[in-house]
Design a protein around this ligand. Structure first.
Ligand code: PPE
Length: 313
C-alpha cells in the first residue's frame, strides 16, 4: 500500500503516519469497530465516489447495531469528510476506508463509556482478486468454515469482528491455491465469499441469497439487483443449496473491492464454459459504464469530487 498524505480523524486532517491509537483501545482487545470500503473512480469528468450515501448509511447502521448511537457527526458531515479527503490527497481514483472504533478509556467488555473515534483513510487500490480476474474469472472453493449463525454476530453490520471469520475463510482458500473462499450459512445454504456477495445464474435467471442467509447487505449486490431489473434479466433472491453453484451456467462475486468478478471453477469443478459468461459480461458492461462515466449515471450513484485547480507558481 502506498501511503497518501492525509487521514481524517474526528473532524480534522492529520498526517498519514500520525493516525495512531493506544494499544489498550477497546477495539484492539474486543474487535469493536465498524467500517466501510468505498471506491472513488476516475471518470471522464473527474473523480467520483460510488454510492457514497449508501455506504455512509450502512456505516451508521452498523454503528447503531453496536450501540454506537452518537458518532458526533451527521451522515452529511461524514460524506463531506470523505469527499474532502480525496480532494486533499489529490487522488484520481482510490479506495476509501472509514473506520469507527471504540477507543481508549475504559477496560472491560462493556463498551459504552469508551470514546468513539472515527478515522477515514484512502489509498490507491487495484484489482482485488488479481489483474486477470475480471475478464478470465477466478478459481474458488467452499471453505470448511461457515458464516456466522443468526443471533451470534450480526451479518448486516460491517463490523471488524466479522472479519475474523472472513480471515479464516480467505487464508484457508489462499493456502490451498484458490483466489477466494465461499462459505455456507449454519443451515448449509450458500452465504457469501470472505469479502463478496455471490450470484448464481442458470437458464437465464440470476439467483442470490437473501439477507437472512448471513450475508452483508452489499452495495454492489444492490447495484447488480437494480441493473438486472433495468436490463430485464430475471432475478430471484432465494436460499441456494450448495450443489446449485456447481451446475450453474455462470457464477460471479460482487464487492466494492472485487467489483463484478466472474468465477470459472468451484472446488475444481468447472462452471459453465469455464470463463466469463454472457450475462456476467452484460452486467459488467452496465456497471463499469456507469462508474467510469461513459454511460449516463441514471440512478445518481456518483458523487463528483472537485479537484483543486493547480495554479502555476
Ligand atoms: N460480503 C462481505 C463479507 C464483504 O466484506 C463485502 C465487502 C461484501 C460482501 C460486498 O459488499 P459491498 O462492498 O458493499 O458491495 N468487502 C469489502 C472488504 C474488502 C477487504 O478485503 O477489506 C470491500 O469489497 O470493500
Amino acid at each position: 500500500m502506498t501511503p497518501t498524505e492525509k487521514i481524517w480523524h474526528n473532524g480534522r486532517f492529520i498526517n498519514w503516519e500520525d493516525a495512531k491509537i493506544h494499544v489498550l483501545s477497546h477495539v484492539v482487545s474486543y474487535g469493536s469497530s465498524v467500517f466501510e470500503g468505498i471506491r472513488c473512480y476516475e471518470t471522464v469528468s473527474g473523480p467520483a465516489i460510488f454510492r457514497l450515501r449508501e455506504h455512509v448509511r450502512r456505516m451508521i447502521d452498523s454503528a447503531k447495531i453496536y450501540r454506537m448511537e452518537d458518532l458526533g457527526f451527521t451522515a452529511a458531515e461524514l460524506a463531506e469528510a470523505m469527499i474532502e479527503l480525496v480532494r486533499v490527497n489529490r487522488l484520481r481514483s482510490c479506495y476509501i476506508r472509514p473506520i469507527v472504533l471504540r477507543g481508549y478509556g475504559q477496560i472491560g467488555v462493556d463498551a459504552r463509556r469508551t470514546p468513539i473515534e472515527i478515522f477515514i483513510a484512502c489509498w490507491e487500490w487495484g484489482k482485488y482478486l488479481g489483474e486477470e480476474a475480471l475478464a478470465e474469472g477466478v478459481d474458488v472453493c467452499f471453505s470448511s468454515w461457515w458464516r456466522m449463525a443468526p443471533n451470534t454476530l450480526p451479518s448486516l453490520a460491517k463490523a471488524g469482528g466479522n472479519y475474523l471469520n472472513s480471515q479464516l475463510i480467505r487464508m484457508e482458500a489462499n493456502i490451498n491455491g484458490y483466489a477466494e473462499g465461499l462459505a455456507v450459512d449454519p443451515f448449509g445454504y450458500v452465504s457469501e465469499g470472505s469479502g463478496e456477495n455471490i450470484f448464481v445464474i442458470r437458464d437465464g435467471t440470476v439467483f442470490t441469497p437473501p439477507l437472512s442467509n448471513s450475508v452483508l447487505p452489499g452495495i454492489t449486490r444492490d447495484s447488480v439487483i437494480r441493473l438486472c431489473q433495468d436490463l430485464k434479466i430475471p432475478l430471484v433472491e432465494t436460499a441456494i443449496p450448495r450443489e446449485m453453484v456447481y451446475i450453474a451456467d455462470e457464477v460471479f462475486l460482487t464487492g466494492t473491492a472485487a467489483e463484478i468478478t466472474p468465477v470459472r471453477s468451484i472446488d475444481r469443478i468447472q462452471i459453465g464454459a469455464g470463463r466469463r459468461g454472457p450475462i456476467t459480461e452484460k452486467l459488467q458492461e452496465a456497471f463499469f459504464g456507469i462508474v467510469h462515466g461513459t454511460a449516463p449515471d441514471r440512478y445518481g450513484w456518483l458523487t463528483p469530487v472537485e479537484q483543486p485547480v493547480e495554479t502555476a507558481s
